[in-house]
Design a protein around this ligand. Structure first.
Ligand code: GLA
Length: 624
């Protein structure tokens, strides 16, 4: 018995010792991995010398941007695993205020917008996070991520301490920071740094603003390293005391690096946005930034001992009406795809950039990189035969709140959406005229209006064309302007002027038109789903434009990603089972729309498309 006991005790000590050693090894390695428990954390990301340190050890940020709001949730993990396998160690993401607070005081952080789930997933995959909560994010995103309802206030001064803006930021941050603060490094989460606003040095309208945003973060519990991000020009006016300055560029800009060093000596240098590619505009050329050129710049940045974040590592898609616009010389809207010519394509495919980058980054790791996840399958489906048609005019009766007013009201000030106005889509303005003559927009159309008299198409009014001839006719006739919001400007000093629809008078023979009825056509899923109950007509040989078109996509087997091609279609939007895939426009450069497999059902899927091109006479068969 005794011997048995002694030997037993001996074994137990041995087991305890082994467990202790294993525990220590896990503790040691886990303290340098994202997503571990609190007690292992002693010192977060620090920028007190020329190198970053994490837990007191030298640390280089190898970052990549990928935005949860641009990637179907079911694909988040795939994209993050591919990021990790490429040799990156840090995910950077913006937070789009306009999606999280679509109406003032109505917050959503669920499903596609479950930011906490995205951050936890990053930790699970082994990535640190730099969070870029804005409130302004730029990012080729409508109004740089600011909610359009802010513009209901005629005196609004976005990105300043104007109380109407500052208070709204405060209530958004109350909700947002409460969710992300527990996911900071010292609390056991993956967030190692937080960016204060975005490129404010290029805006710089209010010197009290950046200290206000900094304080808004600190007072709500942000404790990790703070940083600002600016381009070369913006760096002159950007930055904040006690906050790390970082720089953004595409071509290697040695002067910019030297300048950063001069204004911020003995601090780590981070290229917060190394633009791995670029975005596209409708009617413009597709941007490509050669893989070899990208690799040459990344190689040099790393050689210089700097940290880097690739903007974008994976661009994804501006689903819905969310793409932004450039302001100058006149507003030009951005396409739906945010492929960005990034290392991972819009659909998450490996590109030559990915392979070259992985090869390069593998030299900066002592261990082998994780294996690359298998490519995600895509599928070519049979063409969708469009067989049903509904003229836009027949759908107006479904709009609950047509609104009458003597003068036209801009979208944001329409009394719809619980007092938040209309954010996106189209607004139809109708009035009566008793004569023909010259119709002049006085440049009050934002951004593009199709003009009809007695619902017969007359032409387009936009930034270029501001005048149209209206033929004479008998008696009272209806004059309709279907105004499309093509996307709000996201960069530059004109943010306060981004109201859409008709922003002033339209004149006929120099007399302002009066007594409008206005229809909000924001094309939310509820509206698109309501269309299903309407009496669709079988597609006539010459359908009425503008209109809705419907067909079915039959998926047999497991739904896979695909691309939708719209040969012969003009301009509009496509919905799949009520979900907005984004805008299409035959002028390109974008030719197809990304169709995520997780948004498809096995069996029958409803494809609804609008075409507002009027000139269109094509064969309307979307191909997938
Ligand atoms: C700036 C912004 C980003 C993005 C890029 C261009 O650097 O900070 O949000 O708009 O330009 O893609």
């Amino acid at each position: 018995m005794v011997i048995f006991r002694l030997r037993h005790a001996h074994k137990r000590h041995y087991a305890i010792l082994c467990l202790g050693i294993v525990g220590f090894i896990i503790y040691y390695y886990s303290s340098m991995q994202p997503g571990v428990r609190k007690q292992t954390r002693r010192e977060g990301l620090s920028a007190n010398s020329s190198q970053f340190t994490l837990e007191g050890e030298a640390f280089r940020i190898l970052g990549g941007s990928a935005h949860y709001f641009r990637i179907p949730r079911a694909h988040w993990k795939d994209r993050l695993l591919k990021m990790k396998a490429c040799g990156l160690n840090t995910l950077t993401t913006y937070v789009p205020w306009n999606l999280h607070e679509p109406e003032r005081g109505l917050f959503t952080f669920q499903d596609q917008l479950d930011l906490e789930a995205y951050l936890r997933l990053a930790a699970e995959v082994g990535l640190w996070v730099i969070l870029r909560p804005g409130p302004y994010i730029c990012s080729e995103w409508d109004l740089g991520g600011l909610p359009s309802w802010l513009l209901r206030d005629r005196n609004m001064k976005l990105r300043t301490t104007y109380p109407g803006f500052a208070d709204a930021v405060g209530s958004f941050f109350d909700k947002l920071i409460r969710r992300v603060a527990p996911l900071q490094y010292m609390k056991g989460g993956p967030i190692i740094a937080v960016q204060v606003e975005n490129e404010y040095g290029s805006y710089a309208k209010d010197e009290k603003y950046m200290p206000f945003i900094k304080e808004a973060l600190l007072s709500r519990g942000i404790t990790e390293l703070l940083l600002t991000s600016d381009n070369r020009e913006g760096l002159k006016h950007g930055g904040l005391n006690g906050v790390l300055k970082t720089i953004n560029f595409q071509k290697l800009n040695l002067q910019a690096i030297q300048y950063l060093d001069a204004v911020q000596p003995r601090r780590p240098k981070l290229v917060m946005e190394y633009w791995a590619g670029w975005f596209d505009l409708w009617g413009d050329l597709h941007h490509i930034f050669a893989a070899e050129d990208m690799i040459a710049v990344v190689t040099e940045i790393l050689k210089q001992g700097m940290s880097i974040n690739l903007y974008m590592f994976h661009g994804g898609t501006n689903f819905g009406f969310m793409s932004g616009a450039l302001a100058t010389p006149s507003p030009r809207a951005m396409v739906t795809s945010y492929d960005y010519d990034a290392p991972l394509s819009e659909a998450g495919d490996y590109t030559p950039k990915y392979h070259l980058l992985r090869d390069l980054l593998s030299r900066y790791h002592s261990e082998n990189l994780p294996a690359k996840p298998a490519p995600y399958w895509r599928k070519a489906y049979d063409a969708v035969v469009v067989y049903q048609h509904l003229p836009l005019w027949d759908t107006l009766k479904l709009i609950e709140e047509p609104f009458k007013s003597a003068s036209p009201l801009n979208m944001e000030n329409l009394p719809v959406n619980n007092g938040n106005g209309q954010s996106y889509g189209y607004t139809l303005y109708e009035t009566m005229v008793t004569s023909g003559g010259t119709l002049n927009s006085r440049n009050n159309v934002r951004d593009r209006a199709l003009v009809f008299v007695d619902r017969v198409y007359m032409g387009v009014l936009d930034y270029k064309t501001q005048e149209l001839a209206v033929p004479d006719g008998k008696g009272e006739r209806s004059l309709s302007l279907l105004v499309e919001n093509c996307g709000r400007v996201n960069y530059g000093k004109a943010l306060d002027e981004q109201r859409k629809g008709l922003v002033g008078d339209i004149v006929l023979n120099n007399t302002p038109l009066k007594d409008f009825t206005m229809y909000c056509l924001d094309m939310k899923p509820s509206f698109i789903n309501r269309l299903a109950g309407e009496r669709w007509k079988s597609l006539p040989h010459t359908p009425t434009f503008p209109g809705f078109f419907q067909g079915q996509l039959v998926v047999d087997g497991y739904p896979r990603d695909s691309f939708l091609k719209l040969p012969g279609w003009g301009k509009g939007v496509v919905f799949i089972n009520g979900q907005n895939l984004g805008r299409h426009w035959s002028i390109g450069p974008q030719q197809t729309l990304y169709l995520p497999g997780p948004w498809l059902n096995k069996g029958v899927n409803q494809v609804t498309s609008t075409d507002h091109s009027v000139e269109n006479q094509g064969d309307l068969t979307p191909e997938v």
